[in-house]
Design a protein around this ligand. Sequence first.
Ligand SMILES: [Zn+2]
Length: 239
Amino acid sequence: MLEQLELLLELQKKDIDLADMLRQGELLPVRIDELESERERVRAAHQVKELALAEARKERQHEESELEDATVRINDLKAKQLLIKTNAEYAALTHEIAFAQQSISDLEDGILKLLEETEELAADLEQAGTDLAEVERGIDENVSELRARLDELNDKVVVKEDERQRIAMRVDAPLLRRYEGIFRSKGDCALACVENGACSGCYMSLPAQTIIEVKRTTGFKECDSCGRILYWRRETDGG
Ligand SMILES: [Zn+2]
């Protein structure tokens, strides 16, 4: 009986460790996913800046070609003006030239503004590129560290499960089933010791008779309140 109890206590230690490892094993991939999404977010923000710069450059090229056209047009008009015979025609052309000149001046202003804008965007993009590289490097480091930890953890789980199995094999089958059922339903432990006359699992006071029976180790008595298997803590348990 005592040997079986000791085996169960050993088994419980392994099960508690395993539960803790499995919890960690669930958290690590979540953290990795978070870091991967952060990387995607920073990359997308960088791409938005790249597009803005490309757009501004395209617009500038468009305005520059408009300016070339307008310059050709005004030169044509000026050449025509030299050949004009009537005052009315001359006045009409003067008006057209003034109009073309205004549009040239507008285009020049626009191009200047776009030039400043593209310079700002280019500087901004360069900074964003440096930031992105840094963020990506940090995330890569973190992710590979987390993946290494996950691999290590998985290896440890395999070892721990093997150790657990060796102990479980030595526990009487019905007792093992009973223990496993309680452990599964409680989630933290299946064995509870008597502590100050109470169950250490649910903290409810235990009847004197129960305590006596547990102390004698005449059977595996369960706590009436929580159903955990009660045991008497001995000096050799180390606590
Ligand atoms: Zn209890």
